[in-house]
Design a protein around this ligand. Sequence first.
Ligand code: ZN
Length: 647
Amino acid sequence: MFRYSDERFADLQLLRYQLPGFEQLTFRQKRYIYALSKATLYGRDITFDQFGKYNLRIRKILETVYTNPDINRHTEDFMALEVYLKRIWFSNGIYHHYGCGKFLPGFSEKYLRRVLEEIPVDNLPLREGETLDDLCQELFPVIFDPTVLPKRVNKNDGEDLVMTSACHFYQGVSQHEAETFYQQQKSSYQGDEPPSFGLNSTLVKKDGCLYEDVWRVGGRYSKAIEQIVYWLEQAKYYAENSRQVRIIELLTDYYKTGDLQCFNAYCKEWVSEQEGRIDFVNGFIEVYGDPLALKGSWEGIVEYKDLEATKRTQTISRNAQWFEDHSPINPRFRKRQVKGVTANAICAAMLGGDEYPSTAIGINLPNADWIRAEYGSKSITISNITDAYNKAARGNGFKEEFVIDGETLAMINRYGDVCDDLHTDLHECLGHGSGQLLPGTDPDALKAYGNTIEEARADLFGLYYIADDKLVELGLLPDGEAYKAQYYSYMMNGLLTQLTRIQPGHQIEEAHMRNRALIAHWCLENGNTLSLIKREGKSYLRINDYVSLRQQIAALLAEIQRIKSEGDYEAARELVERYAVKVDPVIHEEILERYKHLNLAPYKGFINPRLVPVRNEQGEMTDIQVDYTEGYAQQMLRYSTEYGTLI
Ligand code: ZN
């Protein structure tokens, strides 16, 4: 039976997602999902460690306190500790999952020290020869001092981004040293299938020398990776076709050797597998967690096709070439032939690592530009996650507060869901895969601005086409007015409501948020299509001219594509720094105040379902059932016990 979750703390809310159609899968398919899910959950500790050197130890001591049966659970300090621990579980560490700033506990050092002293020394996660004093001395400044390692990923222009970021991808290395190190790797590479240099290692400086500590069996994170490999090899027996078997073999080879060419081989094979109902991502994938955008954060997801929703994305994909040919960019930057754009609506069956508990609603992989150009990319939108978001947002008062008038609100209520899905599809299925770099352009030329520019490109592509008659013609939108709902919601979000996710005094850091701010502020400041008006002290967005707004979107798309295609770092910097980063403190305060009255959580994450084997009297597995009853803390503690490998 499905049970909704009402777990809520800090700025977070935990939802559940349902696995529609899971029962109808064959037993073999369920076993495939089951084994892949295990491989997904075993990566959790890697993500924790990547997101901060002290994360695992801090989690461990807090879990030890939290599960101490003798502790008084009714004090304010304990409740603050509970919230802090729940936030750490949510963020895979002590930094906000979205803003990347360190969050501070609501209890004192004295309290933590006292409750640690109450625990028998043998139960404490002490290293050999280490005392409680040593432990406190090491960890307390990291936990309590706001000036110690304050940010997971620092992107402030002009600072040493590596030295000032707390993510655990570099040890004793400066930004300049890291950049030089990888620049050398890149320039000494001769072939035409370049590996993603730096993707799967910690760059360490020891005794004046730089070397990569590679994440593989026998290397760093070995204990976790061995378990991932074990479960991938189990999964192989239940694969749906021989290509899936090969994918798993290439991936386990890569995990065993750490060889990035194996990863390339795996990516090529993975992107070509289209037949199976079940698919997965498992590995060091997205580079948002690294200020230099080289190192892959570990993530996992297991998924199965949502056959109904996939019809929609297939319609888009079938017409990919038409969209590419009509894109309002300089023809030099268009792809002659859009290859292998595939898109599936899928249901998530298990989330792990950087995708858990907070997860994306769409994924487009692989990331390497040359693989995308030659082999295409696979795009998914996650329909059961979107569905859970939509259900949670219904009737919560948010739109009523921020949308300018009843007419606009009615329009959004009528078209909002279908437009949102469609924009995500366009972004993922076409946007990221569109356009091309000019020959000789370094794909990393935009450096720290690359992610924001890339997301803006995909979003603009979606915004431009959602207003195109073609979508009505293809039966994807009911009429030529629907797109206005998306334009309004998008611009309102970029100018106003996404500020609810930013702390007072902070700037915009996250790439997707930067991209939305960039687009909305650029349109506001470069024309008369948008106005911010005040009514009874409240700011609202007014769209004066939807048709001209689309022309602005086309112009910005053309410029963003030029920047990407030419690798124009200066122009990227200029755009991002001017439109995407800064926050107007007056509007920010107003939005936060209005938002506070709604009493909503700005961020959502998901409790995983539990896949429970059904066994017969001989102990053989005969079926797998989905259980939706596990609580958040219960799940997190179980994961720490069952899938804890690195401490
Ligand atoms: Zn994207």
